[in-house]
Design a protein around this ligand. Structure first.
Ligand code: HXC
Length: 288
């Protein structure tokens, strides 16, 4: 699908994306690149990174991949430093790396819980921490006339209520949202860095979605509870990311933008509309 934005809205910017080799992270990387940014992607698997980088380069995007695990501080440090060495600056950090699997709370080991917390929450904080000296106003590689950079944390809506078999991810994403708000307060004030999040709903053709909705489940049945009656596309998330990363979102700080078609608000309709009309006095002379 074509982008509604001008092709140069991220011209001259350098973006580093964890989990940028596949899924939603890769789509954001591609769209940022299509809109002028140079791209560094970080992930655990060399092969996945290599093929993602060659796709990006085939689109004319300046791209490089760094193997690393956000759970390891040294990997985080090396990736941020290598990005700076390669491109000479860093403007945008997208924390997309995440772990996920379906498991009931009683079957989840404390180490399984900790593993997802370590990737999603501690990993996000570690990357932010390592990137601070480059992202901040007057940071390394920045001209004095420039403002600070942007952080985007990929979250979820699971923890707004409660989610079956997702206690670890719900807890981890709740912490991510807290990181978003606290850094937005501290680092916008002190360093002119804007920190926002995106909470995707169910997005088609992603590992997260295949993990959460096993093949045995008829996805068509979800139409019954989803207001927009369809899965989202990776493109939807990338367009939201472009808004927040570009000047269009210059006054947005500390928010997590929900991009889920309204799914998290939905609940079963407990009375059919024609039944409720029998109880309702309605508007006078209403033709509805
Ligand atoms: C139960 C599990 C498990 C599973 C891992 N564990 N997988 N427990 N069911 N399916 C437990 C292990 O038993 C172990 O605890 C601990 O977690 C660490 O497991 P390891 O396999 O040693 O860890 P590791 O190799 O580091 O891999 C963990 C992982 C992996 C990264 C979470 O499972 C993974 O790669 N998952 C896929 C990543 C993914 O889905 N990415 C997309 C995210 S989308 P014990 O006690 O046995 O030592 C997303 C969207 C969220 O997050 C919301 C959308 C709406």
């Amino acid at each position: 699908m074509d982008s509604p934005y001008k092709a140069d809205i991220l011209k001259g910017k350098v973006a580093l994306l964890t989990g940028g080799g596949s899924g939603i992270g890769f789509e954001i990387a591609k769209q940022f690149g299509n809109h002028g940014a140079s791209i560094a992607i970080m992930g655990r698997r060399q092969q996945v990174l290599d093929s993602a980088v060659s796709v990006l380069q085939s689109l004319g995007i300046q791209a490089v991949g760094f193997v690393g695990d956000v759970r390891k501080k040294d990997d985080a440090n090396r990736t941020v430093e290598s990005t700076f060495q390669h491109f000479g600056r860093l403007d945008i950090l997208v924390n997309g790396a995440a772990g996920n699997f379906l498991v009931s709370s009683e079957d989840l080991s404390p180490n399984g819980f900790k593993t997802v917390m370590d990737i999603d929450s501690v990993g996000t904080f570690t990357m932010c921490h390592e990137a601070l000296k480059y992202l901040k106003k007057d940071g390394l590689g920045k001209k004095s006339s420039e403002g600070g950079g942007i952080i985007l944390n990929i979250s979820a809506t699971l923890h707004y209520t409660a989610s079956w078999y997702q206690i670890h991810v719900s807890a981890a994403k709740a912490a991510v949202d807290a990181i978003t708000r606290n850094l937005a307060l501290e680092w916008a004030t002190d360093y002119d860095i804007k920190v926002n999040g995106i909470a995707p709903g169910p997005i088609g053709n992603t590992t997260g979605m295949s993990n959460l909705v096993p093949k045995q489940i008829d996805i068509g049945a979800m139409d019954l509870i989803m207001p927009l009656f369809k899965l989202g596309e990776k493109w939807d998330i990338a367009m939201a990311a472009l808004y927040l990363a570009s000047n269009a979102g210059k006054y947005v700080n500390g928010t997590t933008l929900v991009v889920d078609g309204g799914l998290w608000l939905s609940r079963p309709r407990y009375l059919p509309k024609d039944v409720v009309k029998q109880f309702s006095t309605g508007l006078p002379n209403s033709k509805l």
